[in-house]
Design a protein around this ligand. Sequence first.
Ligand code: ACO
Length: 343
Amino acid sequence: MRGVKIIGTGSALPSRTVTNDDMAQMVDTSDEWISTRTGIRSRRWCAEGESQHTLARDAARRALAAAGIAPDEVGVCLVATFTASAATPSTACLLQRDLGLPEDTLCFDLNAACAGFVFALHTAASLLAAEGPAALRPYALVVGAEELSRVMDMTDRTTCVLFGDGAGAAVLRADAAWPALTATWGSRGNDEALFAPGVGARDDAGALRPSYLTMDGRAVFRFATDVLPRATAEVLERAGVAAADVDRFIFHQANKRIVDVAVRKLGVPAERCQGNIDHTGNTSAASVPLLLDELVRTGALGPGARVVLAGFGAGLTWAACVTELAAPLGGAAEAQDSYGESD
Ligand code: ACO
């Protein structure tokens, strides 16, 4: 069986910066309320010419460049998202075209909301693990991409201040000499705590559902502060890795206070769990790979680093995994605004 490591990362954020003061022009809120309750100071929203699809494409291109591999070496292409630019074709199929991936690359989208990137990493690692005549080419491109600004009620101050748009990507390489990616996950069907619309979504009684995201913030907060530390502790135990031997805990960026609770419950140093929600907001499936790429590009993580990635969100869903980074992981010096301006 082949294990995997992450050998390249990339990200893309849209060009429009929306500060908390900008939000206060739109709804009855303040920089003080948002920053103390969530840790968010600004977020990025797509402007004209930008979309979930263009962000996914830019992040994917950067991850392939950082991994130093050609498109025709990719065996699997997965995109985690619940705000794809189209219901079909999948964003993964569009990436097949945009990047020139071979037609026998396994391409599909996956929806596990904010846990989606970790679900996708685990799925890709499992697909790459196969050996023998059916073995896939040993590289997987895994992307988390969202355009949440498209599904938000811009008059609802309890949700619209929280979310941002963005995309992050990672390239996995499989090698028989490497350890397996260890993961843990869970799902609990619930359409009340957090709901986002599909086209013409109806409830079980046939009534049309709201056309924007709705959330019971307190219920999600309680859920998140339970599952995030629990899944992290469980995956460390499953992997036989001590928390002290983890270089970084890369947690889904939904609310800094959720991460603070996880840090306390796990008893790990806060500096190894530092996030980036202050300038991204909650970007759902994009948040974990966006933070991972930021840490790689700022030199905080490099080849040999061991990381825990963990997400939680709508579904409800949660997942955590332990994995390592390996060379080449280029791109740190690449000429790109670290927060997303186009090349
Ligand atoms: N500005 C000012 N006041 C506000 C705002 C705002 N933007 N939003 C709510 N308030 C008010 C409320 O109306 C309430 O007023 P009241 O006491 O007069 O009724 C007060 O602030 C407190 O509201 P709470 O909901 O209790 O605030 P809380 O401290 O719980 O913070 C928050 C709310 C930030 C949403 C928090 O509950 C949270 O982070 N929940 C988790 C969300 C999450 O993690 N989502 C992730 C999943 S995302 C996905 O899967 C797509």
